[in-house]
Design a protein around this ligand. Structure first.
Ligand code: ADP
Ligand code: MG
Ligand code: MG
Length: 514
């Protein structure tokens, strides 16, 4: 048993107790908007039913010291990624279509070329990042250490739902008499999770900085998005707490509704339900992170039109590029972190050597397939059992693991390989259990209807991934404001390589600090 787990956790339950607690949990989830759209609802524009999001019945233990360390690191990461997004030379070199990974990755190359076209027209005064830094516990040391999986700069999801899962777990434990049943189960070990308020505060800060009365925030979303409630909660928070209106559009909606004044660069949206066109202050992308969001060249042109506008982008194309796995790998090279965190320019704030060492200590070893001719590939082939290979993609399901690496590398030609990085696998502690609850699929619902028991909850050995949310408002070489705003726990069965709630690998969870 790893040192931070505590005995009899999660509690062992009889079948009846398990079914009863599952009902209590799913009822809370359905009542509190901890929701997801079912697969069948993908097509119609106005779905009439929802399912609860996949969830864990009990919170997972997490070492307090490492949780606090991740919260502290978030401030450094907010500034680091803001500065990367403002460093054109660095991004050209690492992600560009001439010298960087954009030369061998079509999607990255397209985004970079579009950005290059528009970036010289006018200095963009401000941009916004809503970030999520993801970590796993690494157990080869005792006690375990915190290791970063990746840093997300676009469409970081599950902020508002994770806030609600923390509420669900406090309720389940309190209402069912688990509080005080162990010295670990007391209020001070359940940290607040106010991610909804925190992320909305970031969007509101951008909107206020734009400072045009009557303007709205634009959410750019994917058609048929199943994780729509996670996004809607942010919309309602902006309206209710900040009196800011949100317009929600897909890229194909925007092809009809968006226009930009080429002199003022003001972006306006005109829709059937709006009486007059509305000026956009801030564009929040919950789409455009994957090639399928760009079915044709017109979609890229539209994305570049949005980039050209004077609305504050969350993220801008350079900030999206900064989130590439290639950037994460290049940051590991000697001197690169110092370039961003201890700048020579005395007017720019500097971080301490301890901060830099702490950040580095949270990284796994990474290298590019472009390392010294064939050396990168050779190293990946030799060590494949301890590695994951990653391309420049977001959204889960894109990585290649362990034994699949050698045959996969052989399918790529020398130039295609350059778009991939190798990362040593984090080895999470073993021996932790959890109860994972998923909404029954259509087939199970049919069986349930016929009186059969649908199998919704399973006990499994699990691995949990912590995400810390933060935001930064920055531009013209300066970070104006940054905040650490909340957290997310996703838990998966220990034998699944990937995580990802949307991709069906994991469930939403929360934590109890130990
Ligand atoms: P994406 O941007 O698609 O989410 P990630 O880098 O987060 O890509 O990888 C997806 C999942 O793969 C992670 O959530 C994690 O579960 C697993 N994973 C990624 N890198 C590692 C690693 N170095 N060690 C162990 N698991 C990893
Ligand atoms: Mg990602
Ligand atoms: Mg991820």
């Amino acid at each position: 048993m790893p040192p931070f787990a505590f005995s009899n956790w999660p509690p062992s339950l009889s079948e009846d107790q398990l079914q009863e607690l599952t009902l209590i949990a799913t009822s809370y989830a359905l009542s509190h908007g901890l929701l997801y759209l079912p697969v069948a609802a993908k097509q119609p524009p106005a779905p009439s039913s929802a399912i609860h999001a996949p969830l864990s019945l009990f919170p997972s233990p997490f070492p307090r010291q490492l949780f606090e360390q991740a919260q502290k690191l978030q401030h450094i990461y907010n500034t680091l990624y803001a500065r990367i997004a403002m460093d054109e030379d660095f991004l050209d070199e690492v992600m560009g279509a001439v010298d960087g990974v954009g030369a061998v990755d079509e999607f990255v190359g397209q985004l970079w070329k579009g950005w290059k076209q528009v970036r010289d027209e006018d200095a963009v005064p401000l941009q916004l990042g809503l970030f999520r830094s993801d970590y796993l516990l690494h157990s080869t040391s005792d006690p375990p250490s915190l290791k970063q999986v990746e840093f997300n700069t676009i469409s970081s999801s599950f902020g508002t739902l994770s806030d609600r899962v923390a509420g669900l777990h406090r309720y389940i434990l309190f209402a069912n008499g688990y509080y005080d049943s162990s010295p670990h189960l007391k209020a001070e070990n359940f940290p607040p999770n106010n991610t909804t308020a925190g992320l909305a505060q970031g969007l509101a800060a951008a909107h206020e900085a734009y400072n045009v009365p009557g303007s709205s925030v634009l959410f750019v979303v994917q058609p048929g998005e199943r994780n729509v409630f996670d996004q809607r909660w942010l919309e309602y928070e902006l309206l209710e707490r900040h009196s800011i209106k949100v317009i929600r559009q897909t890229m194909s909606d925007l092809a009809q509704t968006a226009s930009i004044d080429l002199n003022t660069k003001v972006l306006t949206i005109k829709t059937a339900t709006l009486s007059t066109p509305v000026e956009i202050s801030t564009i929040y992308f919950r789409a455009c992170y994957t090639p399928t969001d760009f079915p044709d060249s017109a979609a890229y042109e539209l994305r570049f039109l949005l980039e050209r506008s004077r609305a504050i982008k969350c993220p801008s194309i350079p900030l999206q590029l900064a989130g590439g796995k290639k950037v994460q790998q290049v940051l590991c090279q000697p001197g690169i972190l110092e370039r961003f965190l201890t700048p020579a320019d005395a007017s720019t704030s500097s971080f301490s050597q301890e901060d830099i060492s702490e950040l580095r200590a949270s990284w796994m070893y990474m290298w590019g397939m472009d390392l010294n001719g064939d050396e990168g590939v050779e190293k990946a082939l030799t060590n494949h059992g301890k590695l994951v290979l990653k391309p420049q993609r977001e959204g889960g399901g894109n990585n290649v693991y362990k034994a699949s690496i050698p045959p996969f590398l052989r399918t790529l030609d020398a130039s295609e390989r350059q778009a991939w990085i190798a990362m040593e696998l984090i080895e999470p502690p073993e021996g932790l259990g959890g109860y994972l609850v998923r909404a029954a699929g259509p087939e199970q619902q049919r069986r349930e209807h016929e009186g059969e028991q649908a199998d919704k909850v399973v006990r499994a050995d699990v691995v949990s991934e912590l995400g810390i949310f933060g935001w930064a408002l920055f531009g013209l070489g300066k970070v104006n404001r940054d905040e650490e705003v909340g957290w997310l726990v996703r838990t998966k069965g220990k034998d699944s390589d990937e995580g990802g709630v949307a991709t069906g690998f994991s469930v939403l969870d929360s934590l109890v600090l130990v």
